[in-house]
Design a protein around this ligand. Structure first.
Ligand code: C2G
Length: 132
């Protein structure tokens, strides 16, 4: 049993997001928990220069409704991860491999796992397709 955490925007929620969350939860094993930290609109715009199609409250509600998700928090800064891991007694920090190495600074607090991304889908590509 392990407490798992992961972070993301989860805009235009798609199968790549779902598979990441399901695999993250599975890492927690029997009776494990998954906390998902959803990037706020402000954080996305100011820090990632990404304008979301879906507002943060709705993105959080969608993620929170998933069977594999136990808790949803908001991501408002790059610096909050250490405190989130401590406050939520996290054993495993999970991100897609596009972030490989970026969060190794958490390895003194918890296990850090980078999972393969689901190929051929991203929120950015979906937006480009929708714009025609
Ligand atoms: N992901 C995936 N496969 C895809 C697309 C995304 O596995 N085809 C994963 C990403 O690697 C990430 C998670 O799904 O772990 C959420 O992806 P985004 O919503 O794009 O999140 P991002 O903008 O990368 O924000 O502080 C960390 C950031 O908040 C991560």
């Amino acid at each position: 049993m392990a407490n798992v955490i992961t972070y993301g925007t989860f805009d235009l929620f798609h199968i790549g997001h779902l598979r990441l969350l399901q695999r993250a939860k599975a890492l927690g094993g029997e009776n494990g928990t998954l906390t998902v930290v959803v990037s706020s609109d402000r954080f996305n715009w100011v820090e990632k220069h990404k304008k979301c199609a879906i507002p943060d409250l709705q993105r959080a509600e969608i993620v929170g409704a998933l069977k594999c998700v136990d808790k949803v928090l908001f991501e408002n800064s790059w610096e909050q991860k250490r405190q989130d891991v401590i406050d939520n007694k996290i054993d495993i920090f999970v991100m897609g491999e596009d972030w490989k190495g970026k969060f190794d600074f958490l390895k003194d607090l918890c296990e850090v796992v980078y999972l393969p991304r689901t190929p051929d889908i991203s929120s950015t590509e979906l937006k480009e397709q929708l714009q025609g």
